[in-house]
Structure formats: structure tokens, C-alpha cells
Design a protein around this ligand. Structure first.
Ligand SMILES: [Zn+2]
Length: 118
């Protein structure tokens, strides 16, 4: 079925701006409205915190929906070999001090990630 109208020079392809794949097969993180998240617009902050005497690394500012945070968390856990969780505030928390590695990791993914706090 064609949706071309006369006078329309071309049909906008339904591809993802980030990975260039058709939106049906794109696995980029989406926000809660189903739109692909543009990493450049997510001000990700990565900080260390103490929980019960142990250091955790908190990743705040992610705008993707929870299901995609879980996917990302799984990748981070296997990359870092550490445990972690998605908090009720919507942050990702990884056990141990991985701040510098995570800043690098998110920068590679295209996020303007910055360390914050101590
Ligand atoms: Zn994509």
C-alpha cells in the first residue's frame, strides 16, 4: 500500500535516527511515550554514594523507560561484573565504585555523561 500523495517528493522512511534501522527492528532505548531516546538530550550524572558502608555508583538522569533501563542494567552488570538495581527514583545503581568506567561507557554511547559528587 502506498501512501504517496501527488506533490510529495518522497515518503519519510520510518527508520531510527540513531541506528538507521527500521523502527520495527530498532532496539534503541525508548522513553515512556515510545519515542527513541536521543542520548545527547539526556544529562546523565554519575556519582558515588555510600549504602550501609559500601560504595555504590548511581546513574541519574536517564530518560528511557524502565524496561530499557533493565536491559541497560543487565549489560552494565555483565560488563562490570557487579550487581545492581533500578531504583524507585528511576536511577540505575551499581554496586562498587565504577564511576570513571561508567562515565566512559555512557560517553561512548553518546550521552554527555558527567561525574558528579565525590
Ligand atoms: Zn535505533
Amino acid at each position: 500500500m502506498s501512501r504517496l500523495f501527488s506533490g510529495t517528493p518522497f515518503e519519510l522512511p520510518a527508520t531510527c535516527d540513531l541506528c538507521q534501522k527500521p523502527l520495527g527492528t530498532c532496539t534503541c532505548p525508548r522513553d515512556k511515550d515510545g519515542k527513541v531516546v536521543n542520548p545527547k538530550q539526556a544529562a546523565v550524572r554519575i556519582r558515588r554514594e555510600k549504602r550501609a558502608g559500601k560504595l555504590v555508583t548511581v546513574i541519574a538522569g536517564l530518560t528511557m523507560r524502565d524496561a530499557d533501563k533493565q536491559t541497560l542494567l543487565k549489560q552494565l552488570k555483565s560488563t562490570l561484573g557487579a550487581g545492581g538495581t533500578v531504583t524507585t527514583e528511576g536511577d540505575i545503581e551499581v554496586q562498587g565504585d565504577h564511576r570513571d568506567k561508567l562515565v566512559q561507557h555512557f560517553t561512548k554511547l553518546g550521552y554527555p555523561a558527567k561525574p558528579s559528587g565525590g
